[in-house]
Design a protein around this ligand. Sequence first.
Ligand SMILES: [Zn+2]
Ligand SMILES: [Zn+2]
Length: 306
Amino acid sequence: MVCFRELLSDYLTALFLNTLHSGLISLYLWSPMSLFITSLNSGSNGNCYYVGNDTEAVLVDAGLSCRETDKRMSRLGLSMEKVKALFISHEHSDHIRGVEVLAKKYRFPVYITDNTRISGKLKIDPLLVKTFEAYKPIVIGGLNIVPFKKLHDAVDPYSFTISGNGVNIGVYTDIGAPCEHLINNFKKCHAAFLEANYDSKMLDDGNYPYYLKKRISGGHGHLSNHQALHIFKTYRSPALSLLLLSHLSKNNNTPELAHELFMQHAENTHIVVASRYEETAVYEVTANPAAEIKVSILKTEQMSLF
Ligand SMILES: [Zn+2]
Ligand SMILES: [Zn+2]
């Protein structure tokens, strides 16, 4: 029989560890079976996604300035000290704007292919540059990162699935069309950042020039709401507890439209729109599909508490 005193002791130990690691009294219990994720920004004006366990984390893309990245991390109570590596998906400016300054300041390794680094004209200390290949996992502490190729109009574009503590997180934006790699990776996810870039009717009716409309929807641009919905409805795992709709177009989509569309098919999956103007909350994702999604540190609570 588990006695109350033991439970209390476990609770206090977890709280203590949590406090120790974050420097803050967070609003959640540390769980060995979870990962913490947030979008610092998502959209054509800048992308940066955080995935971490209790002691280490990685960033995918660095499309915000270093100063803005720091500001948003600290508003969420997340420490840059925990960030052990940066992964770059492709060379478009909304994914690399902050790379050089972040690497210089924090001296973490930057995982980037040679083609992307050269095409993006990035000057990074060679000691920090690490390359990667599709399906060759990279181990960063307790995190395992698997890159895979995607369809996008960049020189050498990749998506990433990040695993740790039995939890799989997908970071899937800037995708022209769903391919078997995307589908096979998405099927394993407990949570995913999935692009829902545009509403087809808004794009068709909008005033973008023809060539740009073709660039966006022509198979090497971005996923529409309905393409993303099809992936979600057809291939989600019963364990997918959180979907963050990402990289929404400013002109050809609205957060309300995308959210409403996905909510009609959400069932047990929590649907969140990752904003192009601010960070989302930090979400704790567990390997247990029945577990409730927990918002670990709400920004408002964070600010009022500290
Ligand atoms: Zn982008
Ligand atoms: Zn792009």
